[in-house]
Design a binder for this molecule. Sequence first.
Ligand code: ZN
Length: 120
Amino acid sequence: MGRLEEDGIRCWLKDENTVTIDPILTNAVGGIKLMVESLEAERAAGILRVLINQDRAMHPCPNCASLNIEFVSTPRKASNWASVIIGFFVTSYAIPVDKVFHCFNCGHEYGGGENSDKDK
Ligand SMILES: [Zn+2]
């Protein structure tokens, strides 16, 4: 969100209070949603895509070295873009949820943090 604001894109978080007060409710309300003006949605998505791709490039699959991966907030198959964006911003807010990378090449799932380079 700070990155978008640097580019002059007005944005805000929806359901932030609910999630902050009780992280367990995150699943119930569908996680934190990043809202932007509809006119700037495409530009915002482009910026986020670059950021997420940079993040991906730092965490290749330890099993097959593929970059065809998705950051998901629970150890389940990534469903859509929203989960990536939520995962990204949940990281920024340090809310304790399980976060993993899912590799679409081999199906391997692995942590994106402290132990991601262990298997290399
Ligand atoms: Zn893989």
